[in-house]
Design a protein around this ligand. Structure first.
Ligand code: SF4
Length: 350
């Protein structure tokens, strides 16, 4: 097919899917970028992984695989494409590199960090291990490679409770998301404490010894913004709304919602239930992506909450990543090997 006709076809496909969520003038421009990215991707034998929080015009067009952290970790382990272009944030691209040391892993923007991953260092984990010797360490995948390397096993929001229970120990160190720790503690019937950090090191926040989970004060700056007040206001106006909260939301928000699960679990919930309308308490591009996939379902928006890190990944950057082979993710081999052990153990649990 001639190039112009192919580019036009790309635009028409995008318009069909995205006409309700992306303005047409933007679609025309983005279709050209999408066309060029897909052409270069084929030429280079690359594979593109797209997180559920990518903007709709990227999410629905260029990724070979889409999903949450866990699904993308699995895909990263299985993929035959090289380079791997990770449309997500740095810790996710690092996980792809941990699982694919021989491949080139590209992150389209150097600014795509994460408030949770940035909340804890490898030295913090070492201090906790000294403070609580012998206690296994579970770290959320939203951490950097050197933190994973200090851990016994990783988890995602989708399998956190299963990972904690698989350890069959009385006590676990669970890092770094405070709210996820509280939500998992509630689900698994454990009591959670948060050691305080000061200049002299770590102090226990709680003198009693009945704790079963030792957490950390990390937070996702996006999910931290939702409140029970938001839920009350929406329910007043729409009593029949089904409210879905991500487990990184505060525990009282999760408790006041109808469903809580990973981004992929939320997608499945919307696809398989028949509520009159849905409200997703999570990153707002994901709401747009689900709306585009489910045109017959009404999605309410509280959409001032876009992750500033995920937002760094644009179609322009993705094209430049393929054109200029940037930005290459490197993980030192000794850290990679230890981090892989924790990631592999998580992948086996499911
Ligand atoms: S949504 Fe939250 S956890 Fe995810 S990348 Fe953004 S800041 Fe990190």
């Amino acid at each position: 097919m001639p190039i112009i006709a192919e580019a036009q076809e790309t635009y028409l496909r995008m318009r069909e899917k995205l006409k309700d969520v992306v303005p047409d003038v933007e679609l025309q421009y983005k279709a050209e970028l999408v066309f060029e990215i897909n052409r270069l991707k084929r030429q280079r034998g690359a594979v593109i992984l797209g997180h559920n929080y990518m903007e709709p015009a990227l999410y629905h067009t260029v990724p070979d695989f889409k999903g949450d952290s866990l699904e993308l970790s699995r895909r990263a382990a299985e993929t035959s494409g090289d380079p791997i272009v990770f449309c997500g944030v740095r810790f996710m691209a690092e996980t792809a590199k941990i699982l694919n040391p021989e491949k080139t892993v590209l992150l389209p923007s150097q600014e795509a960090g994460c408030s949770l991953a940035g909340s804890i260092t490898a030295e913090d984990v070492r201090q906790l291990k000294r403070r609580y010797p012998g206690v296994p360490v579970v770290t959320y995948v939203n951490t950097y490679a050197d933190v994973k390397a200090e851990s016994d096993v990783c988890c995602t929001s989708g399998n956190a409770a299963a990972v904690v229970e698989s350890l069959k120990t009385d006590t676990v160190i669970f890092l770094p998301d405070e709210y996820l720790a509280k939500n998992v503690a509630r689900e698994t019937g454990k009591h959670v404490i948060f050691p305080l950090k000061d200049t002299s090191g770590l102090r226990s926040a709680d003198a009693s010894l009945d704790y079963a989970m030792i957490g950390w004060h990390g937070k996702c700056e996006v999910h931290d913004k939702f409140s029970v007040g938001d839920i009350k206001r929406v329910r007043q106006q729409f009593p029949d709304v089904a409210i879905l909260a991500h487990p990184e939301c505060p525990p009282e928000v999760v408790a006041a919602s109808d469903f809580s699960g990973s981004t992929s679990a939320m997608i499945k919930y919307v696809e398989t239930t028949r509520a009159s309308r849905y409200l997703l308490l999570t990153e707002c591009s994901m709401g747009d992506n689900i709306a585009a996939e489910n045109p017959g379902k009404e999605m309410l928006r509280l959409c001032s909450v876009r992750c500033p890190h995920m937002n760094q990944i644009t179609l322009e950057d993705t094209l430049n990543a393929l054109k200029h082979n940037r930005y290459i993710i490197e993980v030192p081999e000794d850290i990679r090997v230890r981090a892989k052990r924790a990631v592999d153990r998580m992948l086996k649990i499911g």
